[in-house]
Design a protein around this ligand. Structure first.
Ligand SMILES: [Ca+2]
Ligand SMILES: [Ca+2]
Length: 273
């Protein structure tokens, strides 16, 4: 079909407009995941890291809910199963963060009807051993600060610290060789761990990450500094088609190493208390 001059121009305009719209929509999509804030309450008393969330600061801290990533599809599944995948989280988790002069604290209350933890001891790859709370912390005070930590609290109360020089440099076993001695973790489980026949209720976890370890390369910390965080979990459950990966902030895809999409920590000033 031959188009008249006017029709060709109109069509060209439509194509250009559609392309411009797609490009700006993609930019907006990217912007949506960048520098979202997460407030860290100031702890006037140190948190007792025992997995019980009865510390004063947790009453004042903002509660954030974990979400599934926007794109929940898996490359290992056929399309008809990907279409059936949940868009909203089956078992929710509430996250809070806080800080004082010595630590950044993270807590999570996690609904979990099927608790697992087959790991033993510290510094294990707990995501392979069952349910786990994973915290990612990254400084961004200048362009040189490419490095970040991946830190675990497991249902058995044990801890792990992995260190990566950059997202493009995740190399094992080197990442395992940086345990943080003063990192503290605690967990309380409501249910029976590793018993798949019954139903559990959930677990709570706390973590304290020493600022001394996070600033050993000269990183600034606290109000006026730029740090990013992701608080996430692995939730294994026999009733789910696969383990559920959820986080705050929400990610575009289920990849916990998307550092660009971590939340920017807003430190509550210490002089308020
Ligand atoms: Ca506590
Ligand atoms: Ca579970």
């Amino acid at each position: 079909m031959k188009l008249s001059g006017t029709k060709s121009l109109a069509l060209a305009f439509c194509v250009v407009t559609a392309l411009a719209f797609t490009s700006s929509a993609q930019e907006e999509d990217g912007a949506k995941f960048k520098d979202r804030p997460m407030k860290a309450a100031f702890a006037s008393k140190p948190v007792v890291v025992d997995g019980k969330l009865d510390d004063e600061v947790w009453k004042n801290a903002i509660v954030y809910d974990m979400s599934l990533p926007v794109d929940t599809s898996s490359s290992s599944l056929p399309e008809y199963l990907n279409k059936k995948r949940d868009k909203t989280v089956k078992e929710g988790a509430k996250v809070r963060i806080a800080w004082d002069k010595d630590f950044i604290y993270i807590s999570a209350e996690m609904t979990d009807s099927d608790l697992y933890c087959y790991g033993e001891g510290d510094q294990q790859h707990y995501y392979k051993a069952g349910d786990v709370l994973e915290v990612f912390l990254k400084p961004e005070n200048n362009d040189n600060e490419t490095w970040y930590w991946e830190l675990y609290a497991a249902p058995n109360g044990k801890k792990t610290a992995l260190f990566f020089p950059g997202a493009g440099c995740k190399i094992f076993p080197e990442a395992d060789l940086h345990p943080i001695e003063e990192q503290k973790t605690g967990a309380v489980c409501e249910g029976t761990v590793n018993v798949w026949e019954d139903k559990d209720k959930g677990w709570t976890a706390e973590m304290a990450v020493p600022i001394k370890a996070l600033t050993s390369r000269g990183e600034k910390f606290g109000p006026g500094s730029k740090w990013k965080i992701l608080v996430s979990r692995y939730n294994y459950n026999r009733y789910f088609p696969s383990q559920e990966l959820s986080s705050f902030p929400q990610l575009s895809k289920g990849n916990y190493h998307l550092c660009e999409e971590y939340a920017l920590i807003e430190f509550e000033p210490d002089f308020i208390k």
